[in-house]
Design a protein around this ligand. Structure first.
Ligand code: GDP
Length: 463
């Protein structure tokens, strides 16, 4: 699908009107093509890293006044000849200039093709190329930080060290295969075993960081569930600190599900207020709402189960309902927080009693008075960050990397089992090769065309 000899062109700025729009070309003929539609200096003889003012011409008609930046191979993003035309940001002009470039011999670029060329030219490894996409998509400080860490090669660095050491042993073990008749061992088994354990520990830590990484990249969905009038809408507003959802005294008025974004310490939580879950109702619209909220609960990463503590102390129905819900959440293995609302009206000792009955920690707050909202935010954050993963290190944010790490861990465990059973080198070798294969897949030392297509097709055009 990719023909590296072509010169490619694409609009690099977002669609719509803007002060400036940029068109980017890469390939052997990039500068020559721009020169052929440019009225000004002769661009073909200009040095790298220079800017040139002039006009883009459609035959005799001036299309726009522009600035062209030139980057000569190999000192460019893609490693090829690159020209960027900064025009006025009108959709018409940008499209017109692209058409003129195509007329002069360029081909419209496919999604991610510029970055793919950078990868193929060895300018970036695969994790860095993927970090470019993540960086563009980052919408919170944590996502930005993780992408920048990977763009600078943080993740690749961790893996390269492992790979190097493993390759050394693999080579020694492969060497033993050549001398298989003579029963020699070049690779020191004790050292090798220690190495496998070290790599396993490092890979496990990286894999464990994925739950946080995934949360950083995709956000965490949180469903706020509970009986009507428990105070779900009020809580949502308190969390968001503004009046957004409609709060009302009539039970069952939050009919639909609403999604709002909340940023806690750089992680984006998507809050879903669900319609009150009530066992018996005749209202058809409300029933639909209830079905939707059950769905939302099952799909959510975390469920906040909100109940009215004041009512809880006095109503058997509410007590039974809370116990039933807690049991169901536990049974379904849904990550949840029990949150007792209206603490302003509750008698002291309520928290202890709920804890004793449910066997779970309870967060008490008052949504109306905004009392201990911070406690709930802290609990949400701790649930995701888990305190296990340090923010400073590499955080795996990419599902493809996570899958490869899991495969690596399986092969590492096979190698260890093999060594525990004193298997000879020729039987260990395939597992070691498998481990190296998955390690290489992450950074792109081992690639297939399908894999590259898959990764780069998710980029935007022009990147
Ligand atoms: P929902 O049906 O679960 O969404 O509940 P609402 O948010 O509509 O709240 C139901 C009622 O409880 C409203 O009258 C709120 O003002 C009241 N309420 C909510 N939070 C508190 C609280 O912390 N303390 C007290 N006393 N009342 C509250």
């Amino acid at each position: 699908m990719y023909h590296n000899s072509d010169t490619i062109v694409a609009i690099a700025t977002p669609p719509g009107e803007g002060a400036i729009g940029i068109i980017r070309l890469s390939g052997t003929r990039a500068i020559e093509i721009v020169a052929s539609i440019f009225h000004g200096k002769d661009l073909t003889i200009q040095p790298t890293h220079t800017l040139h003012f002039g006009r883009i011409m459609d035959a005799e008609v001036a299309v726009d006044e522009v600035v062209v930046s030139l980057y000569r191979a190999p000192r460019s993003y893609t490693g090829e000849e690159v020209a960027e035309i900064s025009c006025h940001g009108s959709a018409y002009i940008l499209q017109k200039v692209v058409t003129l470039c195509v007329g002069a011999g360029a081909r419209p670029a496919q999604a991610g093709e510029f970055t793919m060329r950078a990868f193929l030219a060895g300018k970036l490894d695969l994790t860095q190329a993927e970090a470019v996409a993540d960086l563009i998509a980052s919408n919170s400080s944590s996502a930005h930080k993780a992408a920048m860490h990977n763009l600078r090669g943080g993740f690749s660095h961790d893996l390269a060290a492992m790979r190097e050491q493993l390759i050394q042993f693999a080579a020694l073990i492969e060497l033993e295969l050549d001398f298989s008749q003579e029963d020699v061992e070049f690779a020191d088994r004790t050292q090798f075993y220690a190495l496998i354990e070290r790599i396993t520990a490092a890979a496990q830590q990286l894999a464990a960081s994925f739950s946080l990484g995934n949360a950083i990249k995709n956000g965490v969905s949180v469903a706020i569930a509970g009986k009507p009038n428990a105070g779900k809408s009020t809580l949502l507003n308190a969390l968001l600190n503004e009046e957004r959802a409609i709060v009302s005294d009539i039970a069952g008025t939050t009919r639909d599900t609403i999604e709002e974004l909340l940023n806690i310490n750089g992680i984006v939580f998507r809050l879903i207020d669900t319609a009150g879950i009530r066992a018996h109702t005749t209202d058809a619209i409300e029933q639909q709402g209830i079905a939707r909220s059950r769905d939302a609960m099952k799909k959510a990463d975390i469920v906040i189960y909100l109940f009215d503590v004041a009512e809880w102390l006095t109503s058997d129905y509410v007590r039974t309902e809370l116990l039933r819900q807690t049991e169901e959440l536990q049974r379904l293995g849904i990550t949840h927080l029990l949150v007792g609302n209206k603490v302003d009206e509750a008698a002291p000792g309520a928290a202890e009693e709920v804890q004793r009955l449910t066997g779970e920690e309870v967060i008490l707050l008052s949504a109306r008075d905004k009392d201990n909202i911070q406690g709930l935010k802290d609990a949400l954050y701790t649930h995701v960050a888990g305190g296990k993963v340090k923010h400073e290190g590499t955080i795996v944010t990419n599902a493809r990397h996570y899958a490869a790490l899991e495969e690596m861990l399986r092969s590492l465990s096979d190698i260890k089992n093999g060594m525990d059973n004193n298997l000879p080198g020729d039987l260990l070798a395939p597992d070691i090769r498998r481990c190296l294969h998955y390690l290489g897949e992450i950074t792109g030392t081992v690639t297939t065309e399908d894999m590259l297509d898959h990764i780069f097709s998710k980029f935007c055009i022009g990147k």
